[in-house]
Design a binder for this molecule. Structure first.
Ligand SMILES: *[C@@H]1O[C@H](CO)[C@@H](O)[C@H](O)[C@H]1NC(C)=O
Ligand SMILES: *[C@@H]1O[C@H](CO)[C@@H](O)[C@H](O)[C@H]1NC(C)=O
Ligand SMILES: *[C@@H]1O[C@H](CO)[C@@H](O)[C@H](O)[C@H]1NC(C)=O
Ligand SMILES: *[C@@H]1O[C@H](CO)[C@@H](O)[C@H](O)[C@H]1NC(C)=O
Ligand SMILES: *[C@@H]1O[C@H](CO)[C@@H](O)[C@H](O)[C@H]1NC(C)=O
Ligand SMILES: *[C@@H]1O[C@H](CO)[C@@H](O)[C@H](O)[C@H]1NC(C)=O
Length: 939
């Protein structure tokens, strides 16, 4: 009631006091100083004046002291003030966390000569401590302020002092001499300051000290040897200083000591066995020192121990039995050099709540009996040499919140019982040799926040059940053998911040969620191919490297058109093993529908070979020229233009194996001769069952047939039945660019001029195709043929559109079985593939022509990606070393450098950064113009 009357006017008073402090207070101050000077006997009204002066020295933004007004005649009703009921004098000031700032005025404090308790913790007091204090003061709590300077030596004469708490300030200098001998002193807390120097001794046997806390200062030297004389000590904390030497033996006499903290110093020597004599000890912290030797068994004498921290020393030997024998709750021996097996006795006290044995050299298996500690919440066994399997009994630990077994040698399957550990928040098992699948049961660990299974040998899919763990924030599955796709259920994980699945064999789209839409590349790098499903994702960040295939499993490098080579039969067998496509190149990504491809190829194989000529022969003799109307019912051979309409050979020979020229992603190519004697190359599409409807097929083939350019292999005709489709091309006798670059002897290798001509020719062919709205999709050196004049002729263009809209992954693998030519955006389902993908392949092709090296080369355990190699060489100014050695001396390095740079721009990861083909042609012509005359017709 009374105080509420005061608070009503408090705001106004505070405002007035703040606005004109000096005017209001000046007369009072004059009066006071006169009074103090005269040392008149203190009275109740003196207390009022002293408090008003105290207030005047402090800033009080929260207005807590507003009711303190000089108009009052008693201070006892003021907030924070208490009085001796008998004398009416002020005996206590208690204003915790009142936002008071400023210095404690010495004179005003001294005038409060009846003050017994001064408690102003957690304010913002600053400046030094007053060098004198009211004479009868028993309790001082100025903790949690910003008081600086040294602790005044005069403190040692405050004989009435019982408790002193100065923790959490900025005090400097030494702990004052004589402080320990204050007769009534029971509790001293100087922790969390900047005190330095050695701690004085002088602990009298008569000491009343119960609590001494000097932790978190800069104290050094030995711990005072006579500290144990203070025989009533219950709690001693010397932690986080720089004390050296051994634990003083006088401590052993402290039979009442329940808490001993000396962690985070530089104490050394062996742990004394006499610790066991401190029978009352409940908490022992000797962590972070330099203690060596074995942990004494005698510590088992401390029957009341609850909390033991011996971590981060250099202790050796076995785990002492008492760790599991005493009714301990928290034990850490982490970061020592203990070894041997971790043995849990059958009759262990089941009191443990936290056990940290990490960072030692323990061996053997994790004992299944660990689960007998039914109250265990924290179990850290990481960074040891533990082996064997994770015990299934873990699933019985219903309170376990953290299990860290990282960096051991665990192996085998993770038991499905793990799902029983329903309280698990952190399950950390990285850096072991765990194998098998990630158990589906993990989905029942519903409290999980962090899951680390990285750097193991986990295989198979990521279980869908993980989508139920909606609390998950960090997931590290990196560096395993996981395959399959990411379960779409993962898009439920709203709290996800970290999800690293790099270095696995995962494929497919990423789940659809804001996190996955913005996932950094390093989280998904090095997989079989993961793609963001984000609509606008450019995949640039996601696919920074070319897509490459295992050369051994590809049907290439045979040209689709070029002459057959002896290894042909061998290559045909290899076509089946395309399912062994592998991802290579640090950070490279392959995306392939492996299964689909295998199926495709199996189907192709399964088509009985003998059926082919039969199918053909049905209407073999009824070819008709450019007469779409007539061809409707049965398969007819349709030829474009004015060529001969008939084959000169028998139909059965048409697809004769002996006339096979080669195989590509789309089919087998056979040589044949038309009746007028003109040789043709006939491509039998192997994707027959997937080819579009007849109408669509014909429509597209006719579009392709209209393409006429002297750098393009002409499509002369086609044949369609539902079971067999043929494309008839002009025949190119001189083989493919691939053969000329990679299979020719030194003498017959292409000259610089010839290579430049080929580059420009191919570029013009692409300009022409793009102008007709045809994307090549499959440019590679084996699809660039040379005619009898050495002119390049680009073949195999535009075939993708013959297929129905298949999964692009399958398409890309089908057509781009060639190594390293595929633009990165191919692998991304949602990014539109434009003609810029041809420009990428063109860039790679140019580099291949300049260097004479394959786009991707496989060494014993390395993969060289040509564009990376050249880019690196250019950066380091040693491009010359990269040029085809067979070109020695016959070219201008300036010219070569320009062409190389152009090629590198063409291989930009970002499609929009690649120039278009017409620009490429004009740049090439500019490079060449000093020597020759630019040709007039581009296309
Ligand atoms: C001293 O004060 C701090 C902060 O208020 C408190 O945490 C600590 O327990 C006190 N020390 C003692 C010995 O009471
Ligand atoms: C387990 O111990 C190791 C080594 O002492 C430490 O780095 C790790 O953070 C601990 N694990 C957890 C989850 O606290
Ligand atoms: C993801 O994991 C890989 C392999 O463990 C690691 O190299 C990479 O730094 C991790 N990424 C991030 C962002 O931590
Ligand atoms: C994942 O790998 C396993 C074992 O290598 C294999 O049996 C399985 O078919 C693969 N799954 C997928 C989706 O690739
Ligand atoms: C996608 O990009 C277009 C144009 O670049 C922009 O207008 C649109 O807002 C973007 N959509 C999303 C979902 O980011
Ligand atoms: C390809 O096959 C050869 C010979 O069998 C082998 O030496 C090489 O390691 C294989 N390359 C790859 C990438 O598998």
């Amino acid at each position: 009631m009374i105080s509420s009357r005061h608070t009503s006017s408090s705001a106004a008073t505070a405002a007035a006091a703040m606005a004109t402090p000096s005017c209001l207070l000046l007369p009072v101050l004059a009066l006071l100083s006169a009074a103090f000077g005269a040392a008149a006997a203190a009275t109740v009204s003196d207390d009022v004046l002293a408090l008003v002066v105290l207030k005047s020295g402090l800033s009080d933004p929260a207005g807590r002291l507003a009711p303190w007004s000089e108009d009052a005649d008693r201070a006892c009703v003021w907030p924070g003030v208490s009085c001796d009921p008998r004398t009416g004098r002020v005996s206590g000031l208690d204003l915790p966390a009142a936002s008071l700032a400023g210095r404690l005025p010495r004179s005003a404090l001294l005038r409060l000569d009846a003050l017994l308790s001064l408690a102003l913790p957690a304010n913002r007091l600053s400046g030094p401590l007053p060098d004198a204090l009211p004479p009868r003061l028993r309790a001082v709590d100025l903790s949690g302020n910003a008081i600086s300077g040294v602790i005044p030596a005069s403190l040692a004469s405050c004989d009435s002092l019982v408790s002193l708490n100065l923790s959490g300030n900025r005090l400097t200098g030494p702990v004052p001499d004589g402080i320990w001998s204050l007769p009534s002193l029971r509790s001293v807390d100087l922790s969390g300051n900047l005190l330095s120097g050695t701690v004085p001794g002088g602990f009298p046997q008569s000491s009343s000290l119960r609590v001494v806390d000097l932790s978190r200062n800069l104290l050094e030297g030995d711990i005072p040897a006579d500290i144990g004389e203070a025989g009533l000590l219950k709690s001693l904390d010397l932690g986080r200083n720089s004390f050296t030497g051994a634990l003083p033996e006088s401590l052993r006499g402290l039979s009442g000591l329940s808490s001993l903290g000396a962690g985070g110093n530089a104490l050394s020597g062996e742990l004394p066995a006499w610790i066991g004599e401190m029978a009352a000890l409940e908490r022992l912290d000797l962590s972070g020192n330099h203690f060596v030797g074995a942990i004494p068994d005698a510590i088992s004498g401390c029957k009341n121990l609850v909390d033991v921290d011996l971590s981060l020393n250099a202790l050796t030997g076995d785990l002492p039995w008492w760790v599991f024998g005493l009714p301990l709750q928290r034990v850490s021996i982490a970061g020592n050099a203990l070894s041997g097996w971790v043995k849990v006795p059958g009759d262990a006290a089941a009191t443990l709540e936290a056990l940290d044995l990490s960072g030692n050299a323990f061996t053997g298996a994790i004992p299944p009996e660990i689960a007998n500690f039914a109250r265990l919440q924290y179990l850290n066994l990481s960074s040891n040499s533990l082996s064997g399997q994770l015990p299934a009994s873990i699933g019985r630990m219903l309170l376990l919140e953290l299990l860290d077994v990282s960096a051991n040698k665990l192996e085998g399957d993770v038991p499905p019982e793990i799902g029983g550990a329903v309280a698990l928040k952190q399950l950390l098992m990285g850096r072991n040799s765990l194998s098998g699948g990630i158990p589906m049961e993990i989905g029942t660990c519903s409290s999980l926040i962090a899951l680390d299974l990285s750097h193991n040998k986990f295989a198979g899919p990521i279980p869908m059940s993980m989508g139920k763990l909606t609390g998950l924030q960090t997931v590290d599955l990196s560096d395993n053998l996981l395959n399959g796709t990411l379960p779409m259920e993962l898009s439920n994980l709203d709290s996800l911040r970290f999800f690293n699945v790099s270095h696995n064999s995962l494929s497919g789209s990423l789940p659809d969620s804001r996190f996955f839409d913005n996932i950094p590349y390093s989280f998904i790098s090095d997989n079989a191919g993961l793609c963001s499903s984000q609509k606008n994702s450019s995949c640039n960040g996601v696919m920074p490297k070319p897509i490459v295939f295992n050369p051994n499993s590809s049907s290439d490098p045979l040209s689709d058109f070029g002459p057959s080579s002896p290894s042909n039969q061998h290559q045909k067998k290899m076509i089946l093993s395309i399912s062994t496509l592998i991802a290579i190149v640090g950070g490279a990504v392959i995306v392939i529908g492996v299964i689909t491809i295998t199926v495709l190829n199996l189907r192709t194989r399964a088509t009985p070979r003998s059926a082919l000529p039969t199918a053909l022969s049905d209407d073999y003799h009824s070819h008709s020229a450019e007469s779409p109307e007539n061809e409707a019912k049965s398969g007819k051979l349709v030829m474009f233009g004015r060529g001969s309409l008939d084959f000169s050979t028998d139909g059965h020979a048409l697809l004769n194996k002996d006339c096979e020229l080669g195989r590509g992603g789309f089919g087998t190519v056979y040589k044949s001769v038309l009746r007028d004697g003109q040789p043709v190359a006939i491509k039998k599409l192997t994707v027959s069952s997937l080819v579009k409807s007849e109408d669509e097929f014909k429509q597209h083939v006719k579009l392709l047939g209209k393409v006429r350019h002297h750098n393009i292999v002409t499509l002369r005709g086609f044949y369609w039945t539902s079971s067999l489709q043929l494309l008839i091309y002009e025949f190119m006798p001189a083989g493919s660019l691939h053969q000329h670059l990679h299979e020719c002897s030194e003498e017959s290798s292409l000259s610089w001029i010839e290579r430049f001509d080929i580059i420009i020719g191919v570029a013009r062919a692409l300009v022409h195709l793009h102008r007709h709205g045809i994307i090549h999709y499959n440019l590679k050196s084996s699809n660039v043929l040379l005619d009898t004049n050495g002119e390049p002729r680009v073949g195999d263009y535009g075939l993708v559109n013959l297929l129905p809209m298949l999964d692009r992954y399958v398409l890309s693998s089908k057509i781009q079985s060639a190594l390293g030519y595929m633009a990165p955006e191919f692998t991304c389902r949602t990014v539109k593939v434009t003609e810029k993908c041809d420009i990428y392949s063109f860039g790679v092709l140019v580099l291949e022509i300049l260097t004479g090296r394959r786009p991707v080369e496989y060494l014993e355990d390395d993969v060289i990606v040509l564009s990376d190699l050249v880019r690196g060489a250019l950066d380091e100014d040693r491009l010359e070393e990269c040029m085809d050695p067979r070109l020695s001396g016959e070219f201008s390095m300036d010219e070569a450098t320009l062409v190389t740079k152009l090629a590198l721009v063409c291989t930009s990861q970002v499609p929009s950064q690649r120039p278009d083909m017409a620009e490429v042609v004009s740049m090439l012509e500019m490079v060449r113009s000093p020597q020759g005359t630019p040709e007039d017709d581009l296309v």
